[in-house]
Design a protein. Structure first.
Length: 148
């Protein structure tokens, strides 16, 4: 096959990295959605009504904070740096959630405090990391410009 034809059919270089990052970000978000209420009700012994409100607030903030992350990315840090910061914050939040799950048997109060901190960190991470799609779109547009 001609090399000119091959180069026109290849994906942009960074697409696999963006795909992997987006996959783990979605895994983090939907995995948290699936386990959060069960953890709060069964392990942290919270009331179902309170858990419902917390869960709704978590989801709402996960969908709203990308606007703040986009503003920060556009004005100050840039998309690439925001994606790295967002991934690091989500990883830290998951680690804090793990620590919360590890301590609820011995100290329920500290487990609940760690859970609140973890949720806040995950929400901030979601705000920064949802710039991934924009990076993919930029790479797609750039690859199309290179073809023409």
């Amino acid at each position: 096959m001609d090399t000119a034809v091959q180069s026109k059919t290849k994906h942009p270089k960074g697409l696999w990295v963006l795909f992997g990052t987006e996959m783990w970000e979605r895994f983090n978000f939907y995995g948290m959605r699936a386990l959060l209420t069960l953890f709060m009700v069964n392990s942290l012994l919270m009331k179902e009504g309170d858990v419902t409100i917390i869960y709704g607030g978590f989801l709402a903030l996960c969908y709203l904070t990308p606007m703040l992350g986009g503003f920060i990315a556009d004005r100050f840090l840039g998309n690439r740096y925001c994606i790295i910061v967002g991934g690091a914050l989500m990883a830290l939040g998951q680690f804090l959630m793990f620590m919360s799950a590890s301590t609820f048997g011995s100290n329920l109060g500290s487990a609940q405090t760690l859970m609140w901190i973890a949720l806040g960190v995950i929400i901030l991470g979601m705000g920064f990391s949802n710039q991934i799609f924009l990076r993919w779109w930029e790479a797609f547009i750039q690859s199309r410009k290179n073809l023409n």
